[in-house]
Design a protein. Structure first.
Ligand code: HEM
Length: 464
């Protein structure tokens, strides 16, 4: 139902008709909201009736057995999944995961000393942190084949969601009652379902042999004891899918902004040098003293929000400002329109981190709304912060030059399935001198590198 073009059409409609635009999605009434205040009034304040999802016939019911957290309607099943996930991603858990992010980000810094392709290294980082937490599966080096598998898995689901057949069946579910030979989507959807289920189940089996991970914690939990192994495999699979690619995309986006706008990089490096100094890497404890680095990340989330139109649906009739919405209305919180509202963000297409320092009251809503707010936002932000702070402390980031000419970087280059993910691009990361190299190598040499030991430590602190 979503793609680049519909997003642009919706944005135009908002420009012409204001912050609430209603239309028909097949036989279902739909609404796009382009104002943060209105989205807040409806999706946050009335979250008890604005937190379901539209029916995703192909992507959810057919391809992922109705078990993918992100796609399921609001109800008891989702609430049970949320009860299982919440303790794994609360603030206590996030503090316990720092040792893992610390080690993986140090490895990335060392890899970048010699890596030809920085993207491979940040991809390994995001994949390794998430796969270690989820299953105890570490991605040892940049040659690991796992990231390609993870990306393939996401692509399969996202392509199915945005395919013409999927749109048609979501619009007119009666089409699914046609005889099999008139349903060309049936076979590829079955193949994808097998691939996805097998992948989640294999990872779940592997998870049994590590000292601690989300699968084990889920299986031992009360909500986990009430559901099948297959559902647990899907819940943890959703965390892995939600966590990996979007976090990677945000790190990419910040690095891209640094290539395109070197004046902001310079100021961030000035802050890092002043606060952290030359003798050690930035740490999580520095975060509160690094407002400029934090603003680089926040502005990236506003500039090109990575999940800009994840739809909700209502579970009861409602009325707001003279509009009447019937039960089952699709509600699209149009985050891109909100983030580019010139009344809130002057010159909205410009990447300008300083707007966050000039106005402490600004808000962004890249993590969604109400009872469907992203449960992994805190983990994602920790993963992004520690890597970005360390990379910018240690490296200059510039264009790649070929035959004396800078290789183009497309500021808005993104692939747009369900999420809006920055496409890979070329950049040169050059260590900022021998002293920084020495610190990077020294801190990596001194770091614990055994993931099993780290996971055992996390497990011990979680049960303590
Ligand atoms: C910067 C990183 C991230 C961003 C910007 C982001 C953004 C979002 C957004 C916008 C939604 C939909 C919210 C809504 O419907 O209102 C969402 C849902 C979700 N996210 Fe994230 N996310 C990020 C990282 C993560 C991580 C690291 C994980 C897992 C560890 C994760 C797991 C999920 C899950 C499971 C859902 C589905 C929630 C539901 O439907 O109830 N996300 N995310």
């Amino acid at each position: 139902m979503v793609g680049r073009r519909p997003l642009e059409i919706l944005r135009k409609w908002h420009q012409e008709h204001g912050p609430i635009v209603s239309f028909w999605y097949g036989t279902t009434p739909a609404l796009s909201i382009g104002s943060y205040d209105i989205a807040h009034q409806l999706l946050n304040k009335r979250s008890s009736i604005y937190s379901s999802r539209p029916r995703f016939f192909i992507a959810s019911e057919k391809m992922t057995n109705g078990l993918t957290t992100l796609l399921m309607p609001y109800g008891k099943k989702l609430q049970n999944q949320q009860r299982m996930i919440t303790p794994m991603l609360d603030s206590r858990a996030l503090r316990q995961y720092r040792t893992l992010e610390d080690m993986e980000s140090k490895q990335t810094l060392v890899e970048l000393l010699s890596a030809e392709d920085f993207d491979k290294s940040i991809t390994r980082y995001a994949g390794s942190v998430i796969m270690s937490l989820a299953y105890g599966i570490r991605l040892q080096d940049m040659e690991s084949e796992m990231p390609a598998k993870l990306l393939d898995l996401n692509t399969k689901i996202f392509e199915a969601m945005t395919s013409t057949y999927s749109n048609l069946v979501d619009l007119f579910p009666a089409l699914n009652s046609l005889p099999p030979w008139l349903k060309p989507w049936e076979k590829p959807v079955q193949t994808a379902e097998r691939f996805i289920t097998d992948f989640h189940m294999e990872n779940m089996a592997t998870a049994q042999s590590s000292p601690w991970n989300w699968v084990q914690e889920a299986m031992a939990s009360k909500p986990g004891s009430q559901i099948s192994d297959k559902e647990i495999a899907y819940v943890i699979g959703t965390l892995q899918q939600g966590g990996f690619e979007i976090t990677l995309a945000v790190v990419r986006l910040v690095i891209k902004a640094m290539v395109l706008f070197p004046n902001f990089l310079e100021k961030a490096q000035e802050e890092l040098d002043r606060v952290v100094g030359p003798d050690r890497l930035p740490s999580f404890d520095d975060q509160a003293q690094l407002p400029y680095v934090n603003a680089l990340i926040t502005e990236a989330l506003r500039w090109q929000p990575p999940a800009p139109v994840i739809p909700h649906a209502t579970t009861e009739d409602d009325e707001y400002m003279g509009y009447r919405f019937s039960k089952g209305t699709v509600i699209i919180p149009n985050v891109t329109a909100m983030c580019r509202d010139p009344a809130v963000f002057p010159d909205p297409h410009r990447y300008n981190p300083e707007r966050w320092l000039e106005d402490a009251g600004l808000q962004h809503n890249a993590f969604g709304f109400g009872r469907r707010t992203c449960p992994g936002g805190g983990l994602g932000m920790n993963m992004i912060f520690i890597l970005v702070a360390r990379v910018l402390w240690g490296y200059d980031v510039t264009y790649v030059y070929r035959d004396g000419k800078a290789v183009d970087v497309d500021p808005m280059g993104e692939k747009f399935p369900f999420a809006s993910l920055t496409m890979p691009f070329q950049a040169s990361l050059i260590v900022r001198g021998p002293e920084k190299r020495e610190v990077i190598e020294r801190e990596w040499a001194a770091s614990g590198k055994d993931t099993n030991e780290i996971l055992a430590g996390i497990g011990a602190s979680r049960s303590g």
